[in-house]
Design a protein around this ligand. Structure first.
Ligand code: ADP
Ligand code: AMP
Length: 209
């Protein structure tokens, strides 16, 4: 099953994708994670996008589409995938349509106040990418990853200024994808406010799994 998770930053797409990938047996492809890995490994791509990610702006479409095109060459995407954070512009959605047939676009609905709470409390393990929240999903020991024992970090783009910019970027550039996919009959709205288990159950029902 080829899935796209659409929604504002902080809506819980990555959290649900991390659980759903086991259940559906498909890889979780997060363009944000791919960019962060490139930055961590100091690749050419990483150097190119580092300041863009810190500011909350979008990486140019051509660079992003090329990265996804390369990811699709990996065999694990043959029988399905969950795309998280891609596409984020109409142009990216058009490019995706040329590369793959998408079965469902799951639209995560969450109010602004809750989005800001989720983003400002988000913490992650830099080496594994595991996501926590200081209140909603805390680690066993404060500030420490449960598996690796490494200190958790706050993403630069989860600091206040960048959060506001990212929400503006979402409204301007990504929200138009809602009507784009609705018109194509591909959009499946879900209420992202409940517990991860409740959101997962809704998502599975929405895609008929
Ligand atoms: P996205 O991938 O959409 O940007 P994340 O999955 O990283 O969002 O979630 C943002 C933050 O909200 C994280 O700190 C995560 O732990 C927390 N979170 C995700 N889903 C839920 C939920 N259903 N209830 C409470 N907190 C959640
Ligand atoms: P995310 O982890 O999905 O919140 O993405 C983090 C950041 O990576 C975004 O704020 C953008 O700077 C960049 N990014 C991720 N996905 C895309 C995309 N599809 N198009 C452009 N930039 C992206």
């Amino acid at each position: 099953m080829n899935l796209v998770f659409l929604g504002p930053p902080g809506a819980g797409k990555g959290t649900i994708a991390a659980i759903a990938k086991e259940k559906l047996g498909v890889p979780h492809i997060s363009t944000g994670d791919l960019f962060r890995a490139a930055i961590k490994n100091e690749t050419e791509l990483g150097k190119q996008v580092k300041s863009i990610l810190a500011s909350g702006e979008l990486v140019p479409d051509s660079v992003t589409v090329e990265m996804v095109r390369e990811r699709f060459l990996d065999k694990d995407t043959k029988d399905g995938f969950i795309l998280d954070g891609f596409p984020r512009t109409i142009s990216q959605a058009d490019s995706l349509a040329d590369m793959k047939q998408i079965d469902h676009v799951v639209n995560f609905l969450l109010d602004r106040e809750e989005i800001v709470k989720r983003l400002s409390g988000r913490r992650m393990c830099k080496s594994t990418g595991k996501i926590y929240h200081v209140l909603y999903n805390p680690p066993k020991v404060e500030g420490i990853d449960d598996e690796t024992g490494e200190p958790l970090i706050q993403r630069d783009d989860d600091k206040e200024d960048a959060i506001l910019n990212r929400l503006e970027v979402y409204d301007r550039q990504t929200a138009p994808l809602i009507s784009y996919y609705k018109e194509k009959g591909m959009l499946r709205d879900i209420d992202a406010k409940g517990s991860p288990e409740a959101v997962l159950a809704q998502m599975l029902a929405a895609i008929g799994a």
